[in-house]
Design a protein around this ligand. Structure first.
Ligand code: ZN
Ligand code: ZN
Length: 457
């Protein structure tokens, strides 16, 4: 339905610009209407590098690939900014129901999970329908057991279920560990019904010993729930997880710029993340985002330069703790920025724009919203907040933000699973992202007015 609407609006736009023959005479957003670069970048990164988990050698190959690509595309000041970060890597992972029923489950360890050791752990399952039920449970019920949190995420266009249901992954293992649980299984934080489990990071507080923690696929969670409900005796599970902590390893950000003509104007920073989880090839999360922002910025090159510098941040190690975004803010908080944006929600179409701009820039927001309306994009009512990799620099400088919100209806079918691969990227929807991004950058990079948010009231 959305695709068809988008195809119609794109066809209308293409007709209205069909008189443009030479790309050199066209505006950046007119050139973006023929974009294939975003897909080429996504295809290249996923094909030539593949998975690229933060802190690993694969991520370094990704940075090398990015530096070569951004140089080849003619960007200025292409560079790597390295940092150290604690690195966890997956080992063997298997989970079986052994009593009173028997089956093998599809499981994936969560980032920072503890290890069972080489010998599988066997224990009784204690079932919690929701995350809040786990929080409310007395320690004595949980101690020594394998916690199973059956919290089921719901599909939403804006992906809003992630924050609520994601708690089972973000902090569920820490809570279970503090209550004395031996291990924890969670229903995958995802909206699909496939057997690919959804991995993702979890965190244990200092002083809390990490317990083995894994996500099981949604159909396996359905089955385990039925087994728990039907069993006359406690359900027992055998679990083998052998991840390792490699200590401090190198990660890094890759930075590139389209230089502005007026060095007195602070730059605009646009971000994606270069790293991915290790189960798929990170096509939607987040090679697509890097493709989208890079393609859009490329259309500002070879023109009269934009007034403001547009800086691309291909952040490292986002999945495993947003290390790249924090390192960027630490290294660059001393120099003023004007505005931040990020693409990290797949490659499906942009459906809404949100702004956080000073009141003085209302005409700028109105102009952008009016242009984006031609792509079927509506104007949101809530202020923009930005993505994970720009969160630290936004907080450090109280930056202006524009969010191009993507359709997340199917994002959490694929997120952090073995199914996050290139075939899930729809080139037409991806091109609509590039057009929208280019329209916004054309406006903000040429806006010489003050974008600082001013003192908080
Ligand atoms: Zn991401
Ligand atoms: Zn992710």
């Amino acid at each position: 339905m959305n695709n068809r609407y988008f195809a119609l609006s794109l066809a209308t736009l293409c007709l209205s610009t069909s008189a443009i023959a030479a790309s050199d005479d066209a505006s950046p957003s007119q050139n973006a209407m023929r974009d294939t670069l975003a897909y080429e970048i996504t295809e290249g990164l996923t094909t030539e590098v593949g998975q690229r988990q933060g802190g690993t050698e694969a991520e370094q190959r990704g940075r090398d690939w990015a530096v070569a690509k951004l140089n080849a595309l003619g960007f200025a000041n292409v560079r790597e900014e390295k940092f150290d970060m604690p690195t966890w890597v997956r080992g063997e992972e298997k989970a079986w129901v052994i009593s009173p029923f028997q089956n093998v489950m599809a499981a994936a360890a969560l980032g920072n999970s503890g290890s069972t050791g080489a010998k599988p752990f066997e224990g009784e399952v204690i079932y919690f329908r929701t995350f809040d039920d786990l929080v409310a449970a007395p320690d004595a019920r949980v101690a020594g057991k394998i916690v199973f949190v059956d919290h089921q995420m719901k599909r939403a266009q804006d992906g809003s279920g992630y924050g609520q249901f994601g708690r089972a992954r973000f902090i569920g293992p820490n809570i279970a560990a503090k209550k004395g649980a031996a291990a924890i299984l969670i229903r995958s934080i995802g909206t699909d019904s496939h057997r690919g489990p959804h991995t993702g990071n979890t965190n244990f507080e200092a002083g809390v010993k990490p317990i083995p923690a894994a996500a099981i696929s949604n159909p396996d969670a359905d089955n385990l729930t039925r087994q728990v409900m039907r069993a006359k005796t406690p359900v027992k599970v055998r679990l083998l997880l052998t991840p390792q902590n490699l200590g401090q390893q190198k990660s890094g950000n890759v930075i590139a710029e389209v230089p502005g003509s007026d060095p007195s104007l602070p730059p605009i920073v646009i971000a994606c993340h270069l790293d991915s989880w290790d189960l798929g090839t990170g096509a939607i999360d987040d090679a697509s985002g890097c493709g989208i922002i890079t393609a859009a910025a490329s259309y500002l090159q070879n023109r009269p330069a934009p007034k403001r510098t547009v800086r691309l941040l291909w952040a490292g190690a986002e999945e495993v703790g947003i290390w790249g975004g924090k390192d960027y803010a630490e290294k660059h908080k001393g120099t003023p920025h004007a505005l931040a944006m990020e693409s990290d929600f797949g490659a499906d179409r942009v459906w809404r724009v949100d702004f956080k701009l000073p009141d003085s820039a209302k005409p700028l927001a109105d102009r952008i919203a009016s242009k984006l309306a031609s792509l079927g994009i509506t104007r949101g009512k809530d202020p923009a907040s930005g993505g994970a990799d720009v969160a630290a620099i936004i907080a450090a400088q109280d930056l202006a933000v524009i969010d191009l919100q993507q359709d997340g209806t199917r994002y959490f079918d694929l997120h952090h699973t073995p199914d996050d691969t290139l075939d899930k990227v729809d080139p037409e929807q991806m091109r609509q992202n590039v057009i929208a991004w280019t329209m916004v950058l054309e406006e903000v990079a040429n806006y010489a007015g003050d974008l600082s948010m001013g003192p908080k009231s």
